[in-house]
Design a binder for this molecule. Structure first.
Ligand code: BEZ
Length: 213
């Protein structure tokens, strides 16, 4: 059955540009982003991988490790990294999984045969410290992903994991958040004093512990 939110992310062993890894061992208790791209030496993917490398400090601030995947062999990943540096100025600073037999791509449902039966679509999995899947995204080959959006989701997920809050439409870090319905008004008054109730079910409060320097 296809993977769903809340499922345990399947563990695997993979050959990567940083050696052979056991996914769970590599990840440890961090958050992780596992993302696939269709092919090495393709234009949209080149821009995406450079963008991810440039965001390494942002992922580190969020205690998040990043790992890429395609069906290309590891020597192709290494050669392509030179092109990515030429084009984007970014040095690839995260492991890239070589999955030529599509073992991991199949495990994670990254091959969508009606789009392409030979290459992965643009999948993103955000996996929590508990190794459970917190987010899944699927983009077509023709659309490069917005990695600022992925950081934004990480911020939201990490807030929810720590405080009983959710985030509204188009929220970005530092804006007001929503107290989840499971918190009673009495409890909300203690934990989020001065919260504003727009409706009994829509209670807003400043983002807890906001300090993203
Ligand atoms: C790209 O990365 O540009 C790309 C890859 C596969 C199909 C179409 C575009």
């Amino acid at each position: 059955m296809a993977l769903q939110l809340g499922d345990l992310a399947p563990n695997f062993t993979a050959v990567t540009t940083e050696g052979t890894i056991d996914f769970y061992e590599w990840k440890g208790s961090s958050w992780a982003i596992l993302f696939s791209h269709p092919r090495d030496f393709t234009p949209v993917c080149t821009t995406e991988l450079g963008a991810v490398a440039n965001l390494k400090p942002e992922f580190a601030k969020r205690n998040t490790k990043v790992i890429g995947l395609s069906v290309d062999p590891v020597d192709a990943h290494a050669r392509w990294a030179e092109d990515i540096r030429d084009v984007t100025g970014a040095t690839i600073n995260f492991p890239m999984i070589a999955d030529p037999d599509r073992k991991i791509a199949s495990l994670y449902g990254m091959i969508h045969p009606n789009a392409s039966d030979t290459t992965t679509v643009r999948s993103v999995f955000i996996i929590g410290p508990d190794n459970r899947i917190k987010l899944m995204l699927t983009y077509p080959a023709s659309t490069g992903r917005n990695f600022q959006e992925i950081l934004r989701v990480l911020d939201s997920l990490q807030l929810t994991a720590k405080h009983q809050v959710a985030t509204p439409a188009d929220w970005t870090a530092g804006q007001d958040v929503i107290i989840v319905p499971a918190v009673s008004d009495e409890e909300a008054q203690k934990r989020f004093p001065g919260y504003v109730a727009k409706k009994p079910y829509l209670r807003l409060t400043p983002q807890p512990e906001f300090d993203r320097s």
